[in-house]
Design a protein around this ligand. Sequence first.
Ligand SMILES: [Zn+2]
Ligand SMILES: [Zn+2]
Ligand SMILES: [Zn+2]
Length: 756
Amino acid sequence: MAVCSECGYVEDMALTGHQQDPQACPRCGSTSTRDTGNHLPIVELTRVTAAVRRDEALISDRSDERRQVWFGIVPAVDVDPAEVAEQWYVKGYDFGVKYLRRMTLRWLNLGEQSAFGQKRRIAGTDTVAPLFRVCTGCGCRDQAARSNSRSEHRPWCPYRSSSDEHVEEIALSRTLRTQGAVIPLPVSVTTGDPFAIPSLSAALKLGLREQFGGAPDHIGVAEVPDPLGPDDGTRDALLLYDTVPGGTGYLAELTDPARVHDLIYRAWRKVAECPCRDEERLACHRCLLPLASGREIDRVSRQAAERHLRAILTAGRLDEPSAEGRWDVTVERPTINRSLSPLELRFAELYRSLLEELNGTVQLVPGTWGNTIRANVGPRRWTLEPQVNVLGSKPDFVLRSDDTNVPPVAVFTDGLAFHASVDINRLADDAGKRSALVEAGYLVLSVTAADVSTEEERREQGRETVTPPAWFNEQLAGAISNEGGFQTGDFAMVAGGPFDFLRRWIRAPYPGAQRKMADHLPMMLALSGAATQGQVPAGQDPVEQARRIVQGGAPGLGVGETVPAWWWHTGPLVVLSRVIGDEMVEVVSMVDDRPTSVGVAGFPDAWRDWLTIANGLQGRGWPTTITTLERVRSSAHVADAPSAPRPTIRVEVFTSDWQTVLDDALDDERSLAAELAHAGLRAPDATGDEVGDTGIPAMFVWAAEHVAVLSDLVAEDVDDLRTQGWTVVGPEAAGITAALGGSAADRTDNEGEETH
Ligand SMILES: [Zn+2]
Ligand SMILES: [Zn+2]
Ligand SMILES: [Zn+2]
């Protein structure tokens, strides 16, 4: 028999005459049925022997997304389209029911558990399949290879006394012909979540029990691949099958979507309300545990079931399910595009692979919004938590270390379709979101769909690195890093992309190295010849200069002093760098995100470069602005009024002194600190210290200037300090700047709105 590697199709080659040349699998299109490794002599068991107990199947930890069964009993269901009596699907969501009035379910026993047996892929499962060695004369098990003994045969066997062995390797099968319902699971539910299928499998049984008013003993649940047709492969599904041969007709009720909604709703209510939600455990005896298959017990999670059932009930919208809720259904099977599996799930999957590459020990903790991934790598412990609310934004993930010297990394996975298309242009909003996080000391990592597919390809092809962006030059990277006092590898953020950066970060999370690289990154554009060299007026706002370039003009004709500058202008993107002071390089990266521009062919590349450069400029110590044309244009209206404060359109990166202050600042101090840093003042020498003889608590203290900032100007304290020679001011930027003698004057000019 030829058994498909991907689905449960089994071809009897003797019957079909395909012995010499079996065709591709008619169910899923896999060509594995031609592979002799998948040609197995299968012997049907008419009675169940002690050796065949399907619950001996051992599901190991994940390896890629394939399941590995160490004791090879694999369920193989042949889903014959001709036997599908009825099917329905939720519109726009890949969930539904395919009811089979007849189907063949085989449990294939592929031999005893052994680390050394030949590996095969059978019916979508990677398994060790040493098979059984039996005598061709009498069918008895061959106990010891390469020797024959009379006790291994039946009395009538012709080979009983033979000096040679007459053995054949076979697989055993137990076959049930019955009725079944294939329930395909949404890719967005199963991707990268090892808890999903075992938890939903148990939850489905729970729903049946609730609906049935007791355990429906004659209904079994198996995890099987659902073949989608010769051109479309398979996807994960659960199979409900009638254990009574021929079937009882019970499962035909699932052709009614309302009935299935009710079943899933009951299961969801039960898991959502189970008291174990407040206990530190995956699931309990009151909800899913009694329904879990023994080997998967550590993969059955109440929270995972609750989350995925909610997603299914609401067709992915995740709003509140209701008992009366109904799906909008269709009989057309929705086309499944795997690359549309949510980007954040694919990111989490790659992150886990990355931890494995780094020999990390990984633990998954199910949560309301997805799994938190904990890992120990070297001396540090890392936590990647999904959907965390921070500072008014909700990054897809926040990566933290238990090493307090390591700043948190906020990860945004940005599908182009979501964030930058004519319909939904959120780039300007994104730029604002990032700036708040950067001000609070986060590293912000943008991960695009292209980054994710590039990393997926790299892993598939077993390559070490990904191709760097066209503007990145390896030789120059060596020279620039030498000059800047960092390592070439610190260019990982731009050269290797987000995953290469994370690999390096988790091994050696040194913000200092990233900062040096970020400071020097503009040199890459200058030296590679990609940029146009020139002089720009020193007194003019560089954001304005970038705006002129991106709109097709010259950077601006100025009066007075000019400074060396270079700008890389490619399609809707401009990166303008200019020298300020003796040593510093100021950068403005601006993408033209006007609706007319977002639709053009070159936009996706420009957008990706803009994000890569934004990633690369993280942690910069020198003035840096990451913005969009729409953002600048919208804030220009505000800036027209001379007295209006300058809108915060900058992703401001502070000096390390200020960064320390910001890190230590209390919530009500942070915005003031950011404002002072932005104004270019020197960072205070102390935060939250006591000053004066009587120890009056001050927000910020500049010791040399004898300036203290008090949150409340209590007259008594103020007088006290003044007599001791202090200048005392309230928590307000103008007063503080004045008290410090307007030392911010130079910087302020640089950022001024006025053009000379
Ligand atoms: Zn197949
Ligand atoms: Zn024999
Ligand atoms: Zn429970």
